[in-house]
Design a protein around this ligand. Structure first.
Ligand SMILES: Cc1cc2nc3c(=O)[nH]c(=O)nc-3n(C[C@H](O)[C@H](O)[C@H](O)COP(=O)(O)OP(=O)(O)OC[C@H]3O[C@@H](n4cnc5c(N)ncnc54)[C@H](O)[C@@H]3O)c2cc1C
Length: 374
């Protein structure tokens, strides 16, 4: 069965997709966004930290108060041997950011898009692109067990980190799609209750290969006085940390896991893709190889600016949409990645570096976050 023609179809109703849907609808374009799950924001796969930057401070004003979990005021850094290196307070620079209830936040953004006029289809899975004479003209979806076609002038892939190995990006035929699943870092994240010595408002970064053989660090993200998220490479790293880490073995002694998150296609390791558009198609957020909630939302704004103009001018050619690639490259978000591969950095070298340069490195990193988020 064939379905209506839209001006734009957006695949994915995460923060990137919902922001795109709202922007196109606000400009009176006929917009559809689809989500494979039946409930927006579920399953939750992320801790919901909105990195601190001027954009976040404006956005948080609009987020319902009941979705805000914790404001971050300081960062504390620990060395692999368990030495506290420094604690840096946010004195108005704005690098702290906010933890939000991620599922609720996704729902809030999706509802805003629908209120702006976008059509939302939940329980609708993207299968493939419809490509005619080298132009993307719509998508094949599976909905209520049936395969259907939906046509549009423009398709945008905002289907998250599995877009490259399995989703819209994988079907796009874009030249640089060399990211295999192994280049996505799975990562697991647990929410703990009864964790000791938590300081709500302080994000702690613990360095060391014990947490994870690639990133060699773990974030302890506070939610309340005895409640935090901690990320690890694999389950075995968590077990090892609990048994052997000089500081956390004591703090986790009575802690219990109340939630598990993360999965196969967690975090893109390289950012961003070299090409993020072709005739009739654009990619944004994790699907474009960017990383982070705020980066995804900012990429959605840049993407919609170019996409709206292209539809209004009836020119969705590769040449026209390439402007998005250019604008994205000029924006600092394209230079940021959480996914640093530190495999070659030993614990001994890190201990030495942190002991001599720890504060400078942390200040440099936090200044970067306050300028453009992550
Ligand atoms: C363990 C973990 C913790 C993280 N913590 C943080 C954090 O604290 N702060 C931060 O900024 N970032 C964090 N991230 C990264 C963050 O989750 C992503 O960068 C962010 O979600 C990207 O938003 P997005 O809208 O581009 O993609 P997503 O949020 O992944 O949304 C994509 C949407 O597309 C849907 N979809 C996928 N395939 C299809 C399909 N075939 N058909 C229809 N719909 C489809 C998905 O169901 C999903 O709803 C974390 C990641 C992980 C793995």
């Amino acid at each position: 069965m064939e379905m209506d023609e839209y001006d734009v179809i957006i695949v994915g109703a995460g923060p990137t997709g919902s922001t795109l849907a709202r922007q196109f609808s606000k400009n009176k374009l006929k917009t559809l966004f689809i989500e494979e799950h039946i409930d927006i924001g579920i399953p939750q796969h992320c801790s919901g930290w909105l990195s601190g930057c001027p954009y976040t401070e404006r956005l948080i004003e609009q987020v319902p108060k009941n979705l805000i979990r914790q404001k971050i005021n300081a960062w504390r850094i620990w060395s692999p041997e368990g030495k506290k290196i420094c604690e840096i307070e946010d004195e108005g620079i704005g690098f702290g950011g906010w933890f939000v209830n991620r599922s609720g936040f996704d729902k809030f953004l999706a509802k805003r898009a629908v209120r702006a006029g976008a059509n939302l289809m939940v329980g609708t899975k993207f299968l493939d692109l419809i490509i005619e004479e080298n132009v993307v003209e719509g998508i094949f979806v599976k909905v209520r067990g049936k395969k259907e076609k939906i046509y549009s002038k423009l398709v945008i892939g905002a289907d998250g980190s599995k877009s490259v190995p399995l989703g819209v990006a994988s079907k796009s035929g874009l030249p640089e799609l060399n990211k295999k699943p192994k280049e996505y870092y799975p990562g697991v994240q647990y929410e703990f209750i009864n964790i000791k010595d938590m300081d709500p408002g302080v994000i702690e970064i613990f360095f060391g290969s014990i947490f994870d053989e690639v990133f060699k660090m773990a974030f302890v993200s506070p939610l309340a006085e005895d409640n935090a998220y901690i990320g690890f490479g694999k389950y075995k790293d968590y077990v090892n940390t609990r048994k052997n880490h000089p500081i956390l073995k004591d703090r986790l002694k009575n802690a219990q896991i109340v939630r598990k998150m993360g999965g196969l296609y967690g975090v893109p390791l390289n950012t961003p893709l070299k090409r993020v558009s072709r005739s009739g198609l654009m990619l944004a957020g994790d699907a474009a190889g960017l990383h982070g909630i705020i980066n995804g939302i900012i990429s959605a704004h840049i993407c919609s600016e170019v996409g709206i103009e292209a539809i209004q001018e009836k020119d969705i050619s590769e040449q026209k949409l390439k402007l998005y690639d250019k604008k994205l490259k000029r924006n600092s978000i394209s230079k940021v990645s959480i996914g640093y591969d530190m495999s070659n950095f030993s614990d001994e070298a890190m201990e030495k570096l942190l002991n001599t340069q720890g504060r400078n490195i942390t200040e440099y990193m936090l200044k970067g976050i306050s300028e453009f988020g992550i």
